[in-house]
Write a protein that binds this ligand. Structure first.
Ligand code: URA
Ligand code: URA
Length: 294
């Protein structure tokens, strides 16, 4: 190993021992390390690293760089948790699950000081279960899903359906905001991060056992149905799917609606919600049927 790599190696060992599991690498640093690794004849450190290729110790693995400039490099997301709930009714089991999720050491290690792990909210009796991507900045501050701008829009959609947030269930694929250097903006969770959090979502789904799951946006669809790079949410939305034992309606994420607020896109999401209302046996008024037609 050459000098530059030894320095990096010692620093990584030190951080790993102090419990750090996520490292932010700029594109420049990545390019520099790649060059050094190539000079040293080492394998594995590459700006084009594919998921699964590993850097030699101490990182467990290096994820394929995702979008955004400060590249998050996952230092080994652990195996997904195995959840065990004590006997009890659904509400008490949901409370137990919430406590386990909020105290999950890995998730806690991923949130910054004063920020929170975010568990689902709503009714254990809900017939409709909305699933988003990951908490954003507002959500991780409050510890409640969908309370920021996209969340306020989701709340208006739920209200337009004649429901309240308390009557439905609202959760995310991720129980924490995927860490990044910057306070602003979000990055999509990696497949490994989603896989880690999935048992929490599945356990919430099992306990609520809704009639319909609404997957909000591409990441929610990927997290639930598995990543399919050929799938286009613009074609996929509005078409009933099956996820385990639940009917699943894929639709656009409310933040997509905030960025594309034309009537046509609003109507598409609204038609998906009308289909959901019908599927759960709600009465749809003529007024509701005509929303966003012009
Ligand atoms: N009605 C409810 O009370 N809850 C739902 O989730 C859907 C319809
Ligand atoms: N976007 C999401 O996907 N989930 C939230 O909770 C907030 C914003």
């Amino acid at each position: 190993m050459n000098e530059a790599l030894s320095v990096v190696y010692r620093e990584l060992v030190r951080r790993h021992e102090s419990g750090e599991r996520t490292l932010f690498l700029s594109l420049d640093s990545m390019a520099y390390l790649t060059e050094q690794a190539e000079l040293a004849g080492a394998t594995g450190v590459s700006a084009r690293t594919n998921a699964g290729e590993s850097v030699n110790e101490p990182t467990d693995r290096v994820e394929k760089p995702t979008r955004s400039v400060g590249l998050p490099v996952e230092m080994g997301v652990p195996a997904p948790p195995k959840l065990h709930l004590e006997e009890g009714d659904r509400l008490s089991q949901l409370d137990q699950l919430r406590q386990i999720a909020l105290n999950d050491p890995w998730c806690l290690s991923q949130v910054k000081k004063k920020k929170k792990v975010v568990f689902g909210t709503g009714s254990v009796e809900a017939r409709i279960f909305f699933c988003g991507e990951a908490p954003g900045a507002e959500e991780e501050t409050e510890g409640v899903p969908f309370v920021g701008p996209a969340g306020q829009l989701l709340t208006r959609i739920i209200n337009a359906m004649g429901l309240s947030r308390e009557e439905v269930y609202i959760a995310n694929i991720m129980t924490y905001r995927p860490p990044m250097e910057s306070e602003v903006g979000n990055r999509a969770p990696t497949e490994e991060e989603m896989r880690y959090c999935l048992p929490y979502l599945l356990a919430q789904l099992e306990l609520v056992d809704p009639l319909v799951v609404v997957a909000l946006g591409r990441t929610a669809v990927d997290g639930l149905l598995g990543v399919d790079r050929k799938r286009k949410i613009t074609h996929f939305r509005g078409n009933w799917q099956r996820f385990e034992k639940w009917d699943l309606m894929p639709t656009f994420h409310p933040s997509y609606l905030l960025r594309n607020d034309g009537l046509a896109v609003k109507r598409q999401v609204w038609e998906d919600m009308l289909a959901v209302m019908e599927r759960v046996g709600m009465v749809v008024s003529d007024k509701q049927r005509g929303f966003f037609l012009k």
